[in-house]
Design a protein around this ligand. Structure first.
Ligand code: HEC
Length: 152
């Protein structure tokens, strides 16, 4: 009996530390937190949310663009944007309640799997922690988007 209890405890500790070490599943996080608005495959839906596929990958090429991608997930965004000639006026919610590890995993999933961005060495929990410290508002993030080298 005592052995069974210890075995179960051991398993629980193993699971908890796997999570703490960053075993977050970006695909599952996308389904749970993003897909309702951005749609399966992140193709977007007019009137709801812009496509991420065929859209955000270009920002991974510049320092400012990378900072924007980390920020928009943390602060969310207000104010209208136009993507492929379609205007979106809804709000992107803040996902600051997700951990740095989870945010890194979901962004890596979108950029790596959907946008085929090969160089994702910059997209780490540490960088999300730095972006989190820097703070910012949804409105400032919208302004930041307007100033991006690859266009807003
Ligand atoms: C409630 C709906 C909703 C959910 C859920 C949502 N988004 Fe958004 N997202 C939006 C809207 C609306 C915009 C455009 C905001 C604007 O016009 O200012 C947006 C914008 C974005 C952008 C910027 C796109 C661009 O062209 O610059 C990124 C990146 C993004 N979302 C990623 C995510 C990720 C990752 C998740 C899940 C963790 C997520 N979103 C969940 C509605 C949503």
């Amino acid at each position: 009996m005592a052995r069974r209890v210890f075995a179960t405890l051991g398993l629980l500790v193993a699971c908890a530390s796997a999570q703490a070490q960053g075993a977050a599943d970006g695909a599952a996080l996308f389904v749970a937190h993003c897909q309702a608005c951005h749609q399966p495959g992140a193709v977007g839906a007019p009137g709801i949310a812009p496509p991420l596929v065929g859209n955000i990958g270009r920002h991974a090429a510049s320092e400012e663009g990378r900072r924007y991608l980390l920020r928009v997930a943390l602060t969310g965004m207000v104010g209208s944007i136009t993507v492929d000639g379609v205007r979106y006026t809804g709000n992107m919610p803040s996902f600051a309640t997700l951990s740095d590890t989870e945010l890194a995993a979901v962004l890596r999933h979108v950029l790596g799997s959907y946008e085929k961005v090969a160089e994702l060495g910059w997209l780490t929990p540490d960088q999300l922690a730095i972006a989190r410290q820097a703070g910012g508002s949804p409105n400032e993030t919208h302004k930041m988007r307007g100033r991006l080298p690859a266009g807003g």
